[in-house]
Design a protein around this ligand. Structure first.
Ligand SMILES: [Zn+2]
Ligand SMILES: [Zn+2]
Length: 65
């Protein structure tokens, strides 16, 4: 169903068993990568090098968008 979503860092596929986040720069990270790469760098996207906001990806996003 939503297998087109995957972590842009480790390429783990989206699943309901694992939390994923979408950054405002449109990059997608899984929970583990967000912790190690975004939060550790003070909310800086590793690719964009800019401060980022992020929100959880959940099935509601796919309904709205
Ligand atoms: Zn990841
Ligand atoms: Zn980014």
């Amino acid at each position: 169903m939503t297998t087109w979503i995957h972590c842009n860092s480790c390429y783990r596929n989206y699943s309901r068993d694992y939390q994923f986040y979408m950054l405002n720069c449109s990059h997608i990270l899984c929970h583990g990568c967000l912790q190690s790469q975004v939060i550790a760098k003070r909310n800086e996207c590793k690719w964009c090098k800019r401060p980022v906001r992020y929100r959880k990806i959940c099935k509601e996003i796919f309904i709205e968008n």
